[in-house]
Design a protein around this ligand. Structure first.
Ligand SMILES: [Fe+2]
Ligand SMILES: [Fe+2]
Length: 363
């Protein structure tokens, strides 16, 4: 997209102000999220969100170049943001197979960020050694912090049954490969687990109910598509703990595509990946039988184009509700904003199916 057509497509004045950084962002394939709290509030702040880099080791000091480049660009973009983000959040899956080389290489690139960075663990970081190396480098896998009136919670949502994790594996990599596959009948469902839920309960006991909450998880704290683990098995129990709060937002990575919906008091938003977009699972029809219907599909012409639907996201979180703005380098930009009348995030530029670029077929 060139500079002038990109400006025409911007829906918010916020974007217009972001001059230089936006122009670069519009021409580059990356996923960065910026969050702002209102315009005239002294508490206003922004933070950036980068996710799913899947740094992949080949051998020696060689890594898959495209995935490196997605992350390098996201870091460069984040450093160009104006205003500067107060912090950066990384949404998980730094590594493809959790190897120390991959985590180190990813963290070396991320060390270029000027702002403090918080992390959540993805399943690709975890299953080779049950998170040992990740935690050695980055610390605890669940924690909370407060920032300018908002309570942020980080949950490790990609755990599974203890018995399966700790069974006798020849190599940790066998366990990793089981979890890295889609539609794998031998895979296991993700979950937050009892001890973390207990921790969350205690953490929330200290927080007043009108404090806006932002929960960061890697997998969605809801049930979308089990075969691909777009799913957290104890989602309802976690949601119940969040229910007493006025404004709750869950932001997650993992799905490598745009998703948003509302369940009770909780707004859910996904962030795009810097590595590649997943196609939509054809069995999304399954959603009808589960919790609220999942959003509307992003207008994606080509799910197998590695850069279609990786993009740049701006989140406005005035008054504790999140508005997402997606800049999609090869597609129509989108705005998903909380509609107080409908009580859920709504796509402001919803395109009827017939008006979208038809998906391509791949054989
Ligand atoms: Fe991922
Ligand atoms: Fe993931």
């Amino acid at each position: 997209m060139n500079k002038s057509s990109m400006k025409k497509n911007m829906n918010r004045r916020d974007f217009m102000k972001r001059g230089a950084a936006m122009v670069v962002a519009g021409s580059l394939p990356l996923s960065v999220v910026e969050v702002a709290f209102g315009k005239n509030n002294p508490q206003n702040f922004t933070f950036a969100y980068i996710s799913d880099s899947h740094i992949t080791h080949i051998k020696g000091n060689k890594f898959v170049r495209n995935w490196d480049r997605g992350l390098i660009r996201a870091v460069a973009e984040t450093n160009l943001m104006d205003p500067k983000p107060d912090f950066v959040f990384y949404g998980g899956d730094i590594a493809q197979l959790g190897k120390p080389e991959e985590i180190d290489h990813g963290l070396e690139i991320l060390s270029g960020l000027h702002a403090k960075t918080h992390y959540v663990m993805g399943e690709h970081d975890y299953y080779v050694d049950l998170g040992e190396y990740w935690q050695k480098q980055l610390g605890p896998d669940h924690y909370s912090f407060d920032h300018k009136g908002v309570h942020f919670i980080v949950l490790n949502s990609i755990l599974t049954y203890e018995k399966w994790m700790h069974k006798k594996w020849d190599k940790g990599m066998d366990r990793m490969l089981q979890m890295a596959r889609l539609d794998n009948p031998d895979g296991q469902p993700f979950m937050v687990g009892g001890s973390q839920r207990e921790w969350l309960k205690n953490d929330l006991a200290k927080i007043s109910k009108d404090t806006p909450l932002v929960v960061f998880s890697h997998s969605p704290i809801q049930k979308i598509h089990k075969g691909w683990n777009f799913w957290t098995d104890d989602a309802e129990q976690v949601q119940a703990l969040l229910k007493p709060f006025d404004k709750v937002n869950v932001i997650y990575g993992h799905v490598h595509q745009i998703q948003y919906n509302q369940i009770g008091n909780i707004s859910f938003h996904s962030a795009m990946a810097t590595a590649w977009p997943w196609p939509y699972p054809s069995s999304y029809v399954q959603v009808d039988t589960y919790l609220p219907r999942l959003t509307v599909e992003m207008n994606r012409a080509d799910p197998f184009n590695e850069r279609d639907a990786t993009g740049w996201q701006f989140i406005n979180m005035a008054n504790g509700n999140i508005d997402f703005n997606y800049l999609l380098p090869e597609n129509k930009n989108r705005v998903v904003a909380f509609d107080s009348k409908q009580g859920k995030p709504v796509d402001k530029n919803y395109q009827e199916k017939g008006n979208r670029i038809p998906p391509q077929s791949h054989y």
